[in-house]
Design a protein around this ligand. Structure first.
Ligand SMILES: CCCCCCCCCC(=O)SCCNC(=O)CCNC(=O)[C@H](O)C(C)(C)COP(=O)(O)OP(=O)(O)OC[C@H]1O[C@@H](n2cnc3c(N)ncnc32)[C@H](O)[C@@H]1OP(=O)(O)O
Length: 166
């Protein structure tokens, strides 16, 4: 019998990294995120924006920063709970971040009760804070992925044969 999609959980890679599904086969984070120091409820990350993720000339795309925050938030909480999803993500973009320059991100669990997690982080570069963010995570329901797979199949078809949003 095929394994349930909800059996999925992020486990350390062969080199001990916590990686998303897209990066796990490469055994490296394509966003440029590495754990520098981990304590119980906070983790410090060394991060370098690869040139691929530039937006304006020589500076990181805002979507890269968002993905970095989403990633580090999950890593902090994944060390306690392997089955998580992001419910909300809020970012303040305060300064540009140059590509290929080391930045530091410090993420901390502010609150955890039941399925609910609140985590926040600061990005720092040479004593400046170019971005801060906070998130709400949820521990996945046991059938989270299976429900999401079933949901599009229930949506009505549009005229061109694709499924309509509802
Ligand atoms: C480097 C280490 C690895 C890092 C990996 C990268 C990390 C990336 C993490 C992510 O980005 S996860 C992907 C982005 N997040 C999502 O796609 C989450 C989508 N949203 C949801 O699944 C739900 O909104 C959520 C589970 C967050 C809701 O949680 P809540 O606790 O606020 O609400 P609740 O569970 O009570 O569900 C609210 C409503 O949604 C419904 N629901 C919940 N889960 C569902 C599901 N799986 N399928 C369909 N409906 C669902 C639920 O029945 C209910 O419906 P009603 O309002 O009608 O009662």
């Amino acid at each position: 019998m095929p394994e349930s999609p909800d059996a999925f959980a992020i486990e350390p890679s062969p080199s001990g990294r916590l990686l998303c599904g897209g990066c796990a086969p490469h055994d490296s984070c394509r966003l440029g995120v590495e754990i520098a120091d981990a304590q119980d409820d906070k983790v410090r990350f060394d991060v370098i924006c690869p040139p691929l993720w530039h937006g304006g000339p020589g500076v990181a795309h805002g979507g890269w920063k968002a993905a970095v925050f989403d990633d580090v938030f999950s890593v902090v909480a994944l060390r306690v709970e392997p089955r998580l999803v992001t419910k909300s993500l809020s970012i303040s973009y305060l300064r540009p971040v140059p590509v290929e320059r080391p930045v530091e991100v410090l993420a901390r669990i502010d609150r955890h009760a039941g399925r609910q997690w609140k985590v926040s982080a600061d990005m720092t570069l040479a004593g400046m804070v170019p971005a801060i963010a906070r998130t709400e995570l949820r521990t996945r329901h046991p059938h989270h992925v299976a429900r999401h797979e079933a949901w599009p199949a229930r949506q009505p078809m549009s005229h061109n044969g694709s499924r309509a949003e509802s």
